[in-house]
Design a protein around this ligand. Structure first.
Ligand SMILES: Cc1cc2nc3c(=O)[nH]c(=O)nc-3n(C[C@H](O)[C@H](O)[C@H](O)COP(=O)(O)OP(=O)(O)OC[C@H]3O[C@@H](n4cnc5c(N)ncnc54)[C@H](O)[C@@H]3O)c2cc1C
Length: 502
């Protein structure tokens, strides 16, 4: 048997660093493996990252975290999906709800029946058949019912939270399980001369930290993979041209909504994410099409409440490191790549990086085949998420600004072109290779962005339209009735997980 890894070092204590530390410490005993996390208060963390997708629930469950405790500690609210405003065209609104639309029948997707009823004059948008969309848009929330026969079992949710508080919460968790936290700035990185493997770090206070396996969780500075190893960055800015953000919190105004709102702007888009204490806002834009001053002015004139400080500017470039794991260094989080938070996927990609590492947990020889498999998997994950995000920009009728003209006319990855063509011609879409986004997600955004199928399922087309329309109408009314029974989102939080800031 090959020797086991005994010393793991995590460099960086943002969400990526502490999620990695928490997950590893939940599985490894400090008697067998020492885990050290180095972070620098002087450098700090990115401090944004408030919206998530339902997969985060699995991550917290894996750690054995109680939901209400975590929600109180991170001032979290619930998220049932994303409301997109002005994306496909100005004045148009659609949602990308979690969960499905309606109920599939006879093994055929629900949206095929919906298209059949549209052909007979039904003008209800597909959102009206999603319990998450109907409840979310009326500011209602309830946890899913475990009984699949119950309509409430259709609820799927995620959270909005304060990412800094999440990292702090996970720090407590990891330290309790033996992770050693070291405060200090990495000044020097030592490598074995013959292999280039990292052997240790020297901190600005002179302390030496040695290890066998290193996680690079140093954020955009990408200390190990980027600066030290010079792993090239795969640049996707020709497909995702936004490269800047102005972010600011504001006070709450109006009801506490259980969804993220994303509003398209002339050179990008603006998010609105409510946590228990405040609403997070950010205006993401492309500097080639808009000045920083104009971006700030648009952000500030579109806040619900009073700004809590001055906007903070962050620059980024869409893409990822060509390899995620090189020698004995694994990049997780912003150090490995970044895709704008339009579908709240960054924390998910961190989670996926950690889970895939655990699934491939190597011995101390760190076999090359294991690294190759990890890199293949993470590349595919990034590419699949990339395609889904590009869809929002490319499938648009907007022609009111040079930015949207660029997006509407840009050439697309072949993989995305294929999905769009298949849906446009046949009304069909499929989930490929453990893809993150479900069919229901693709359908919500394809339809929402204005791609209307030219045809639909021939089996459904032969069914009597009145029968189909009646069955859809009863589903639609059942959604409204069920949402009506739920408490408001704010009331649910007050009784389930109050942080004292609502
Ligand atoms: C504008 C924006 C909005 C976002 N919104 C979302 C969202 O809604 N949903 C979502 O899932 N994700 C979102 N993200 C992404 C999310 O914020 C990050 O993926 C996540 O917080 C992880 O960041 P990180 O830990 O990789 O980096 P950071 O938070 O930057 O942490 C880096 C760590 O490395 C340490 N470090 C760096 N250099 C050194 C050094 N020399 N020595 C010692 N320590 C060092 C720092 O001190 C820090 O602890 C967003 C990102 C941006 C930029």
């Amino acid at each position: 048997m090959n020797p086991q890894i005994k010393q793991i070092v995590i460099v960086g204590g943002g969400s990526a660093g502490w999620m990695t530390a928490a997950a590893l410490s939940s599985l490894l005993s400090p008697k067998d493996v020492s885990i050290t996390l180095v972070e620098s208060d002087q450098i700090g963390t990115i401090g944004v990252g408030e919206a998530t997708i339902p997969d985060i629930i699995n991550f917290n469950r894996l750690l054995g975290i109680k939901e209400a405790d975590f929600m109180k500690a991170t001032e979290a609210t619930f998220k049932l999906g994303i409301k997109f405003v002005d994306w496909g065209r100005k004045g148009h609104v659609y949602t990308h709800p979690f969960g499905s639309h309606g109920v599939d029948m006879n093994g055929i997707d629900f949206h095929q029946y919906w298209m059949h009823s549209r052909a007979a004059g039904n003008d209800h948008p597909i959102d009206d058949y999603s319990l998450c969309a109907v409840a979310g848009l009326s500011n209602k929330f309830a946890l899913p019912d475990p009984n699949p026969q119950n309509i409430r079992s259709h609820i799927r949710y995620a959270y909005h939270f304060d990412a800094t508080l999440y990292a702090r919460f996970l720090r407590d968790y990891a330290e309790t399980r033996g992770v050693r936290r070291v405060e200090g700035k990495v000044d020097q990185i030592m490598q074995a001369p013959e292999t280039g493997y990292v052997t240790g770090l020297k901190l600005d206070n002179g302390e030496l930290i040695s290890g066998e396996l290193f996680f690079d969780c140093t954020g955009f500075s990408s200390l190990l993979l980027g600066k030290l190893m010079d792993v090239p960055y795969v640049d996707w800015s020709h497909w995702l041209p936004c490269n800047s953000v102005q972010a600011v919190g504001c006070t709450h105004a109006g009801p506490l909504v259980p969804y993220t709102q994303s509003t398209a702007r002339p050179a990008g888009w603006q998010w609105r994410i409510p946590t228990q204490r405040r609403t997070g806002n950010g205006h993401i834009y492309c500097r080639e099409f808009m000045s920083d001053d104009e971006a700030v002015s648009i952000l500030l004139s579109n806040l619900d409440g009073e700004p809590l400080g001055a906007p903070r500017q962050i620059r980024f470039k869409a893409g990822h490191r060509r390899e995620f794991w090189v020698k004995n260094c694994v990049a997780i989080g912003l150090s490995s790549g970044f895709l704008e938070p339009l579908e709240s996927t960054s924390l998910y990609l961190i989670q996926e990086g950690i889970s895939r590492f655990i699934a491939l947990f190597p011995d101390a020889t760190l076999p090359e085949v294991v690294r190759d498999e990890y890199n293949r998997h993470m590349r595919t994950e990034f590419e699949q998420v990339r395609d889904f995000i590009i869809l929002h920009f490319a499938a648009t009728e907007r022609d009111d600004s040079p930015f949207w003209n660029y997006c509407r006319n840009m050439s697309l990855p072949d993989s995305l072109n294929h999905k769009i063509d298949l849906f446009r011609q046949t009304g069909r879409t499929f989930r490929y290779e453990e893809e993150l986004f479900s069919k229901a997600s693709w359908i919500a955004v394809l339809l929402g962005q204005g791609i209307t199928p030219q045809s639909y399922d021939p089996i459904v087309r032969n069914l009597p339209q009145t029968t189909v329309s009646e069955s859809l109408e009863s589903m639609r009314l059942a959604m409204i009735k069920e949402a009506g029974r739920m408490p408001t989102h704010a009331d649910f939080i007050k009784s389930y997980c109050p942080s004292g800031n609502l």
